[in-house]
Design a protein around this ligand. Structure first.
Ligand code: CMP
Length: 139
């Protein structure tokens, strides 16, 4: 089915001017960028977005990192977009990521791992609504 998923190009990648190279990976995989904006998250916004990880030992570090520099938030659309995006991203830890994936090519560490992607249909809908209004989604 045609799905939409929320993607974030993280501070380690925007700092290294990798937005275009990462977007090319999405487009080459057949994912269409139907909404996109570059924003700087506050600590509060980062904390709210990652609230599900609140009890994890890396939560504070994760929020500080996500608020440290601009991010590009985007909605990707396509056939099986949620799973396809996860394939294109590769494993969370770049040490475990397959060749050709975004994280294998660009990520620095499990924390500075260049991209975020929704993990399921329900979280995709929640995460898209966190950043975008319906008017901003142009299929
Ligand atoms: P993401 O898909 O954005 O969702 C939660 C993030 O937490 C994950 O990517 C990683 O970047 C980050 N993360 C997971 N494990 C660790 C860890 N051990 N140390 C720091 N960050 C982590």
């Amino acid at each position: 089915a045609i799905e939409r998923t929320l993607s974030i190009i993280k501070p380690d990648a925007t700092n290294r001017n990798l937005t275009g190279k990462i977007n090319a990976k999405f487009e080459d995989a057949g994912l269409r960028i139907v909404a996109q904006k570059r924003i700087k998250l506050s600590m509060e916004q980062a904390g709210k977005f990652y609230e599900v990880h609140k009890e994890r030992p890396f939560y504070g570090e994760l929020c500080e990192f996500m608020a440290s520099a601009p991010v590009v938030v985007q909605v990707l659309e396509g056939e099986n977009a949620i799973a396809k995006n996860r394939e294109v991203m590769g494993a969370t830890n770049p040490a475990n990521a397959d060749a050709g994936t975004i994280r294998k090519e660009f990520a620095l560490s499990v924390g500075e791992n260049s991209v975020h992607g929704s993990d399921a249909a329900e979280t995709a809908a929640q995460e898209i609504a966190f950043f975008f209004s319906g008017l901003e989604l142009v299929g």
